[in-house]
Design a protein around this ligand. Structure first.
Ligand code: B3K
Ligand code: ZN
Length: 849
């Protein structure tokens, strides 16, 4: 494997201020003519080196003269005499045969592009790196009937009729951009149109393009787009900068969406939503992704990355921005809990295993493998910590300065930090380590009481990660408070402590009653907290902590403590009862209650132990679930009756009610009465939202009842042809804990609707199955074999999709020796397979290390 290293970064030898692209899109072969104006960058005599991948080159000219240019593998080297030249080339590419979904490819008969990170080289010869910024003029010519809509970045010219049943249009993007932001779309699409007037009074035309049948499902995305545009003006002072903004929904897409300048291309899963087909979580995800891609217009596009090691510069920042946006739109507390749950489910294990890397990595073989939860979600936590340390005003001044200084540039994480430092006058020297060091810090907490004073000692510990054995101390903002053990009230103000040394001591004075610590409030830092607390104290905090995150966390800690043993879960059951009571009394809202009464997942319980005991975790968790279900059966019924039937409204209250009703229904079915199964079947049949229909199906999925089979069959028939919904049908079965799950998944691999070339479908079945701890980690190793087999098959179609499937096998160190051997054997089988892609080879060999 060729390794690319940050320390080898050199500015580009040649710049490309202008690009003209001419696409002839008809037929199985697309002809691409590119005209690059190239300018020597600095004093040197090096040639122009262009990147290309799988291009069939017809000819190359320098200043109008043909040159005998022979590509060497994926590069084309051109000797240029002067300091500037015009380089023209013609290549042929075959989008219909492109199953990698990078570059130009076909999806349901439409032509679309995906260029980030290195897809542009599959379209034409070009210095494919983000620090080469160019102004683009793009002409698209195609058959009118097959490709009635022709889109690219920027502003459109007039549609020309070419007279032979074909038409053409030229798009001009006034904003220089790296080639990874180039996009084109051609096909039969219809638009939902709207407009937005910016803060300076410019009217922007908005369009969301979908297949005709999907048009009604784009209303939510449009509303989210307008809300995002307004929010970015108000929260960051950032205004949109083109006359139009287009979003296109595509069925086959490697990622969630892509922020191409003025032409965002989306995985249809993150655009299309209506009550019948999308859950409340889907609605929220659509809004978050629409916002995320829109926010990239400033954090990513106007200010872009110098090189791909800086990926978190745009991704961590933009995730933080979309999290801020989502928190402002609905229930901030529940959003925060959700963000943390996601971080812990994916990023913490990544940071604790062989695939750990800092948010700014310093080497990679295949950059596509670094679109990780660390870059995105830990990256967002790092930006959030800056926001916490600098305060909202200091942070905003820093962001303003960053945009002022770097508009139109390709910059580094260091530039972002330098702007934050200048604007706030704070020294972020030690804080920079968050960018360099992998691993989740642990904070050990010890408290000692003397009279009315409580002294709290907080020490940080950083475990070694691959390639980083010695870890200098971090700068960690840590929020904490004390809660009176008698009064149940917070005593004094919350404190924000900056942990910079090995140990930090703080005191809480004037205490008149016993107290408990409320730690890492709001999850102020992405750390693991090690603190002693009795189960009784955790139960108390779960009822009394005034910080919603810390309150939820107390219940999680209590559950983890109980589920780590074979103890009677009575204390946990009682704490759930107290939370239900607070909900009944109206002192907690339904959305929060629903989150708090859910037990941690089997995977997360496993993450707490040195060695995951798959069977014991399943057994204990089921026992606790059953106890919670049966002890409170009447109250679950009461909660269910009170909260179900909340219609289709998308208010936080209605969403919270649906959530709690479905949690209650799942507990009721677990308790096992025939009435509960009947209620689930009725809810399934009468549902007016996907939240309720899927909630009922999920509640039934682990039962062995005719109602389950009926609902599953109905779901498939009812939503036949709707890919996003059929994905849910696959996922529900892959996540089931029923003992026949592995056989079911094997059978589903042969289902006519299973298409591993579609990344969503692959993730819905195989990706979901790998998250099913009990069955993926079956002692026989059958789960591992299934995954590796799929990975190897998909690698021939789409290496990026395949490489992602290696991640779960990388957790082998956490399992018993027998499972370790089985998991390693599959990784070795993958690494030993001839012709395996670079993407897969890098992931599987890192996972083995
Ligand atoms: N920037 C894109 C990343 C897509 C690249 C996948 N290899 C999506 C996003 O973060 O907005
Ligand atoms: Zn992004």
């Amino acid at each position: 494997l060729d390794i690319v290293r940050l320390k080898d970064y050199r500015p580009p030898d040649w710049l490309v201020p202008n690009v003209a692209l001419d696409f002839d899109l008809d037929g199985p072969v697309t002809v691409v003519r590119a005209t690059l104006s190239v300018v020597r960058n600095g004093l040197h005599d090096r040639p122009l080196v262009l990147d290309g991948s799988r291009l069939e080159t017809s000819w190359v000219e320098i200043d109008g003269a043909r040159v005998n240019a022979t590509p060497q593998g994926d590069t084309l080297t051109l000797a240029i005499a002067g300091d500037r030249a015009t380089v023209t080339s013609e290549v042929r590419i075959q989008p219909a045969a492109n199953s990698r979904l990078m570059g130009l490819y076909a999806s349901e008969g439409r032509l679309v592009t995906q260029c980030e990170a290195e897809g542009f080289r599959a379209i034409t010869w070009f210095p494919d790196r983000p620090d080469v910024l160019s102004s683009y003029t793009v002409r698209l010519a195609a058959d009118k009937a097959r490709y009635p809509v022709l889109l690219s970045n920027g502003d459109p010219g007039v549609l020309e009729d070419l007279g032979d049943g074909r038409h053409a249009i030229t798009w001009t993007d006034p904003w220089p951009k790296p080639c990874y932001l180039f996009a084109l779309v051609a096909g039969d699409l219809v638009a939902r149109e709207d407009s937005f007037t910016t803060m300076s009074g410019r009217k922007v035309r908005l369009a969301i393009w979908t297949a005709e049948a999907d048009l009604p499902r784009s209303a939510h995305a449009m509303a989210a787009l307008k809300a995002s545009m307004a929010w970015d003006e108000q929260a960051y002072g950032r205004e949109y900068d083109l006359g139009e903004f287009n979003i296109v929904a595509v069925a086959d897409f490697n990622a969630g969406a892509m922020e191409n300048k003025g032409l965002n291309i989306f995985n249809s899963k993150y655009v299309l939503a209506d009550a019948e087909t999308a859950t409340d979580a889907d609605f929220d995800a659509v809004a978050a992704v629409v916002a995320h891609e829109y926010f990239h217009n400033w954090t990513g596009n106007r200010v872009t990355c110098r090189d791909w090691f800086q990926l978190s510069l745009k991704e961590g920042l933009t995730v933080f921005r979309d999290q801020q946006f989502s928190a402002d739109q609905g229930s901030a507390a529940v959003r925060r809990i959700d963000d943390v749950r996601g971080l812990r489910a994916v990023q913490f294990p990544e940071d604790a295993g062989p695939l750990a890397h800092p948010i700014r990595p310093d080497h990679y073989a295949e950059i596509a493998n670094f679109y990780t939860a660390t870059i995105y979600n830990k990256g967002a936590e790092v930006i959030r910590m800056l926001h916490t340390l600098l305060g909202a005003d200091g942070y905003r001044r820093g962001a303003d300065l960053y945009f002022d200084r770097h508009d139109g540039q390709a910059v580094t994480c260091e530039d972002w930090l330098a702007a934050m430092e200048s604007a706030s006058k704070r020294d972020l020297g030690q804080f920079r380590r968050w960018y360099e060091q992998a691993g989740t810090p642990r904070i050990e907490v010890h408290a000692a009481r003397a009279g009315r004073i409580l002294t709290v000692a907080l020490s940080q510990r950083l475990a070694a990660t691959p390639g980083q054995s010695v870890k200098p101390l971090m700068h960690i903002p840590f929020r904490l408070a004390v809660i009176g053990r008698t009064s149940g009230k917070r005593i004094g103000a919350e404190r924000l402590v900056e942990l910079t040394g090995p140990e930090t001591r703080i005191t809480f004075e004037g205490l008149d009653e016993p107290v408990l610590l409320s730690l890492n409030r709001g999850f102020s830092a992405p750390v693991v907290v090690d603190a002693q607390a009795s189960r009784a104290d955790l139960a108390f905090l779960a009822a009394a902590d005034d910080d919603p995150f810390a309150r939820w966390e107390a219940m999680q800690r209590l559950a983890l403590d109980v589920l780590a043993t074979d103890d009677d879960p009575a204390e946990l059951v009682a704490a759930v009862g107290a939370t239900l009571a607070a909900g009944e009394a109206g002192s907690l809202d339904a959305a929060f209650v629903a989150e708090a009464v859910l037990l941690p997942t089997e995977a997360f319980i496993g993450d707490q132990a040195k060695m995951v005991d798959v069977e014991a975790i399943h057994r204990r968790r089921e026992a606790a679930r059953t106890a919670i279900a049966t002890v409170f059966e009447d109250r679950w019924w009461a909660a269910y009756r009170r909260h179900s039937g909340s219609g289709t409204a998308l208010t936080p209250e209605a969403k919270g009610a649906r959530r709690l009703a479905n949690v209650a229904l799942a507990y009721l079915v677990t308790a096992g009465s025939a009435d509960a199964v009947a209620a689930a079947a009725t809810q399934y049949a009468d549902a007016v939202t996907m939240t309720d229909r899927l909630g009922a199906l999920t509640a039934l999925i682990n039962t062995s009842t005719p109602e389950r089979d009926t609902a599953l069959a109905d779901f498939h028939a009812r939503f036949a042809g709707n890919n996003d919904v059929i994905d849910k049908w696959f996922t529900a079965q892959a996540l089931a804990s029923r003992s026949d799950t592995l056989d079911r998944v094997e059978a589903l691999l042969g289902h006519p609707d299973f298409n591993p070339a579609n990344p969503n479908r692959l993730r819905a079945l195989v990706g979901a199955f790998a998250a099913n701890q009990r069955h993926f980690h079956a002692a026989s190793g059958a789960g591992y074999r299934l995954l590796a087999g799929q990975l190897l098959a998909v690698d021939k179609i789409n290496p990026q999709s395949a490489a992602r499937l290696a991640v779960p096998l990388g957790r082998w160190k956490r399992f018993d020796p027998a499972r370790q051997a089985l998991m390693r054997a599959e990784l070795e089988r993958i690494v030993g397979t001839a012709g395996v892609s670079k993407d897969v080879l890098e992931m599987a060999s890192r996972a083995l290390a």
